[in-house]
Write a protein that binds this ligand. Structure first.
Ligand code: F1P
Length: 362
């Protein structure tokens, strides 16, 4: 059955999609670097919706980490409806709009709003080079090989992440060609993840899933949460690792699975949170650059041959498989999630009343 599903094919074809995307990115690195140098901007704002909003969070954290230039990731709707809260100095801000389809209404309107506010430069990250978003942007990074038939984003998300990595690395002076190792490392991790994620995904005793991630991993934890929700209709939430202690852990217990996206940088602090959740009876899955926490924990180790910034897409593979197998075991169709379409298209006229209201207030 799995081989007939778009979602499964798209998850397992990620290494091939990454290989093409890295090739594109390497060819574009000098252009990206030169374009950035000629802008001389002082900040970057990443926007998207749904999965691409979560990708914006990770892209912003990574960009600031590699370049030292302030960056934020926000929902496109925040830029559209509350521009003054996210844009301190539009003239000095590069807007990076991320959208798989390149046609989501909020993202397109946010770009328009940014231009109207005096924002001079818009770059796009998308899977469709001829989309409306691509046409509206000054520079376009495309993961064409990652286009999807499935409603939920899997290989598109990870491939657009590869573009965001290449973009940050090119501007931050990192070695973009390290990303060439991702396809092989991804294939190895996929092979290692399939059967443990199937076993875990089929556990009907678990009725809620928490995803924990810090730093650039937080956006990926959110994406894991969204996959679990969209596909398997399960109660899922994402938190920064240490935030989990400040209230949410009251929901942790025998019926919960806590998925930890451990980092090298904050390893001990994050690991301690997982150890505490085990003591509360929660099942734990760790995706880790370090040693397994305990024999009773399901642990998937990340290869250390790549620096932390370059290995980010690897975290996604087990998360997507876990959501996929849980969907199957709940006899749901991963290709056709409930109430969802691949693109949210709205009538722009629907925003007019709020724009007028805002212009009157200011
Ligand atoms: C974004 C998005 C998806 C979500 C849903 C509708 O689209 O919100 O993240 O899964 O199916 O679309 P895009 O702007 O990235 O094309």
């Amino acid at each position: 059955m799995a081989d007939k599903q778009h979602t499964f094919r798209e998850i397992t074809s990620q290494p091939a999609a990454w290989a093409e995307t890295v090739g594109f990115m390497m060819a574009q690195s000098a252009t990206v670097r030169d374009a950035w140098t000629s802008l001389q901007h002082t900040s970057v704002l990443f926007v998207g919706c749904g999965s691409t909003y979560y990708l914006s969070q990770t892209a912003a954290a990574l960009f600031q980490e590699l370049t030292g230039i302030p960056a934020r990731g926000v929902p496109a709707s925040e830029l559209l409806l509350f521009p003054e809260l996210v844009l301190a100095d539009p003239g000095q801000t590069l807007l990076v709009a991320i959208s798989r389809s390149g046609t989501t209404t909020e993202t397109l309107l946010a770009v328009e709003r940014f231009r109207q506010s005096g924002g001079p430069a818009v770059w796009a990250i998308t899977c469709y080079p001829h989309s409306e978003l691509a046409a509206a942007a000054d520079l376009v990074l495309v993961a064409e090989a990652a286009q999807e038939k499935s409603v939920v984003q899997t290989r598109s998300f990870s491939s657009m992440l590869v573009l965001a990595q290449g973009f940050a690395a090119a501007i931050g002076g990192e070695n973009v060609s390290l990303l060439q190792q991702l396809p092989q490392l991804g294939q190895e991790l996929l092979d290692r993840s399939l059967s443990p994620m199937e076993l875990l995904g089929r556990r009907s005793d678990l009725d809620r899933v928490f995803f924990l991630g810090s730093g650039p991993q937080y956006g990926i934890a959110n994406e894991g949460m969204l996959k679990m929700k969209e596909m398997s209709l399960s109660h899922s939430e994402a938190f920064h690792f240490l935030e989990f202690r400040h209230g949410p852990k009251s929901l942790a217990g025998k019926e919960s699975l806590v998925v930890g996206l451990l980092s090298q940088r904050a390893y001990s602090s994050e690991r301690q949170v997982l150890a505490e959740m085990m003591q509360l009876g929660a099942a734990v899955l760790e995706i880790t650059p370090g040693e397994p926490l305990d024999r009773s924990v399901q642990s998937l180790q990340l290869p250390l041959v790549l620096p932390a910034w370059a290995r980010l897409p690897l975290y996604l593979l087990p998360l997507q498989l876990l959501a996929y197998y849980r969907t199957i075991s709940r006899q749901l169709d991963p290709d056709n999630p409930r109430n969802l379409g691949a693109i949210v298209t709205l009538d722009p006229a629907g925003f007019t009343a709020d724009f007028k209201q805002r212009d009157t207030i200011h």
